[in-house]
Design a protein around this ligand. Structure first.
Ligand SMILES: *Cc1c(COP(=O)(O)O)cnc(C)c1O
Length: 216
């Protein structure tokens, strides 16, 4: 079972890093996967999932939630402000807070809805033009602004550049989190989650290693 294998690799990585067993949360990234693969993972008792598009998640998760209790849904992709309300109603966590306008929209909606998902601020550790996230040099100020808005900031998230050593990016993210007193670190995917755990990841986002390759 790929899920069991990933769980045991996570446990081993926690152990090797001297971290508490179970301290790393596995987010099974189900974007684009056929429903039967997702259902098979739900049947095995897993409840924590990640999606990168609000619309796609809205199309499939309310149905699964009727069949399975305790689903914990994470938005890991970019969020447009005009979808913020829907995202706040659908997701338990949002990993992609990356700009002031989105932060202020989430703060306003949190007041209105009387609740807010747990939030992660995405940092563009590789300073890539095409990638979302605040620049590392702007992160401290943006974190402070989000706190000023009373947003429940749990931690930071990054997606390292594909062609670079991921560990450098994980270490940078951990450093920014530590100096800002943030405990959550959403980092590590199918190819590098063990490295991320060694550097302090609290949430790993693993898709293809659990579900198989995505066919678009
Ligand atoms: C798709 C995706 C993942 C999972 O990627 P895999 O390589 O399939 O594990 C993780 N994080 C984000 C932000 C993604 O969009």
């Amino acid at each position: 079972m790929p899920l069991e294998e990933i769980r045991s690799r996570i446990a081993k990585a926690e152990d090797q890093a001297g971290r508490a067993p179970g301290c790393v949360q596995l987010i099974a990234v189900s974007k684009v996967q056929p429903d039967e693969r997702v259902e098979a993972v739900l049947q095995q008792g897993h409840r924590c999932f990640g999606e990168n598009k609000v619309q796609e998640a809205a199309g499939k998760w309310p149905g699964f939630a009727e069949q399975f209790d305790g689903i914990d849904l994470h938005l890991i992709g970019p969020l447009q402000t005009n979808k913020a309300r829907q995202a706040m109603e659908l997701f338990d966590s949002i990993h992609s807070v990356d700009r002031p306008k989105l932060a202020s929209t989430l703060a306003r909606l949190a007041q209105e809805l009387g609740k807010c998902p747990e939030l992660f601020i995405q940092v563009n550790t590789g300073e890539e033009q095409q990638k979302a996230g605040v620049m590392p040099s702007d992160a401290d100020a943006f974190i402070a602004d989000c706190r000023q808005l009373d947003l429940p900031i749990k931690g930071l998230m990054c997606i390292p550049p594909v062609e670079e050593e991921a560990s450098l990016h994980f270490a940078l993210l951990a450093k920014i989190a530590a100096r800002n007193g943030l405990k959550g670190l959403s980092m590590g995917m199918s190819g590098d989650f063990e490295k991320a755990i060694a550097l302090g990841a609290t949430h790993v986002r693993v898709g293809s290693a659990i579900f198989g390759a995505r066919t678009y």
